[in-house]
Design a protein around this ligand. Sequence first.
Ligand code: GTP
Ligand code: SPV
Ligand code: MN
Length: 589
Amino acid sequence: MATPLERWVEEQAKLTKPDKIYWCDGSEEEARRLIEIGMKEEKIGTTPVLEELNHKSWPNAYYHRSHPTDVARVEHLTFICHPNKDLTGPNNNWMDPAEAKAKMTQLSDGCMKGRTMYVMPYMMGHPSSPYAKACVQLTDISYVVLSMRIMARMGKEAIDRIGNSDKFVKGLHSIGDLDPNKRFIMHFPDELFVWSVGSGYGGNALLGKKCFSLRIASWLGCQEGWLAEHMVIAGIEDPQGQVSYVTIALPSACGKTNLAMLQSALPGYKVWTLGDDIAWLNVGADGRLYAINPEAGFFGVAPGTSMKTNPNMIRTLKGDKFLPTIFTNTALDTDNKEPWWEGMDGDTPRNLTDWQGKVWAPSKDTKGAHANSRFTVSMYNCPMLSKEFDNPQGVPISAIILGGRRTQLVPLVTEAFNWQNGVFLGARTGSETTAAAAHQVGTLRRDPMAMIPFCGYNMGEYFKHWLNIGKRLKHPPKIFCVNWFRTDDAGKFIWPGFGDNIRVLKWMIDRVNNKVSAQETALGYLPHIKDLDLNGLEISRDNIKKLFEVRPDDWKDELQDIKKFMEQFGGHMPDELRQEYRTLVAKLK
Ligand code: GTP
Ligand code: SPV
Ligand code: MN
């Protein structure tokens, strides 16, 4: 008798009509075979899917170029297909599930002809964790299998977990013909099903990541009493050896990976990495909030990564414990077969091709690496991986840090007065858009908890859910907001960022441990400058002042924008947050 899983795979094969069906076991031997297939058999256009890089300088590394129109998430082609439109909210594109299925069925009919259908069983979360979820994704390209193998825990455990149940997380992915007009990423939350056609790019194609672990999981979490968040998980060790765990939500390409792997500029402090993109948060029996990372790999932004900004990531990428590491859409040093990107250490190589494979030399007008070029690498290669990484219960969280990319207005760090005020602090966060999604870069939009592209249901209800979680916490984490990106009149970042961000993290931990007081402002608590450890930092008094300046007049447009954002949610917006808004307006008068 076929299991529900086998029957489901059969059905999808009937529609997509692959030449072959292959069940992945997640082994290293399998990875080697897939690399061969990626280099010799499968192509995108006329380009092989994978190219081998120099294994002396970049152990086990391979290079991938995606289709030039397929280099970022596509929010306008991403839909939540729930029977109840109101439940998906104004923060999502909505399509009627029946209509979506009809459309996708048409696009998927025979889409795997001449190709192999790979069946990937995988766990999001460590298999021994009670919070882990068993999933299966189908795809028709080796690149996605190799990437998923890094990002998730692939193998038989997931099949054993699923057993005879039909309640497993399903993903159907095909690159189709990579025509942007036939590209859709459809979510069916109540069926735990994601259907994606026409893209091979990370967030659109690695369906365990944003599609399941955030969009669908956020909705699951709302029903089951937990939170799925776009957050770093990190342990901050102080000079006495005490480790405090924090989570950090920043929008795409706003510094999560860098913060997760931060190399401290302050002596005696260390940051231990547990996750750089997604956290699942559960209320523990002791009334504390616990975080697990459902992922097992980094899918990180390449440009800007160097020994100066993020030495631990360079060490991770140069590690060779886990096979393989993949670079996508970086430039290529053709003499040495090495990946290259803007901001890399050392001299610019002489013979480069750009991310599209064209001969390229540095110029003001074009970039060698795509701004959203990325690497995919196992977390187990990370030298600062926390020993708690595989802890099935997760780690207890002392502080939640929220933030965005704001060149003006928003202070370096603000502490919320309490949980409710912190939820409002998150809800009113705005951020300037980045190249992680296909849209204009640098426009301000509201991005509460860095979840605007990823909250799979009505965000008003999401805020209510956050408030309810707070009520269940006996020891709620403190909530903070950060902004590393304030600029001076010349447009230069005022705050040095990266390893120096530890100075801000230290202040937060000091606040958690009641070691320092703070100044109360309309926005929340701000540090007394004397409590910030600025030792060894060259930054003028004026600039420090500027990082904490709160001028009520400057907030007028911001308050209007926040109001407009909140009003979209009508009756779904919790009264508590309306009250918080009124209080903020009054205080800023
Ligand atoms: P996603 O993977 O898209 O979710 O992004 P992320 O939030 O992990 O962002 P990441 O750490 O990859 O950083 C994105 C860009 O911001 C890179 O180009 C970094 O060099 C830059 N960046 C990161 N941290 C800082 C910082 O503290 N200050 C400044 N000025 N830039 C930073
Ligand atoms: C992001 O865009 O927030 C990413 C990359 O982390 S993706 O997996 O494409 O979503
Ligand atoms: Mn992300």
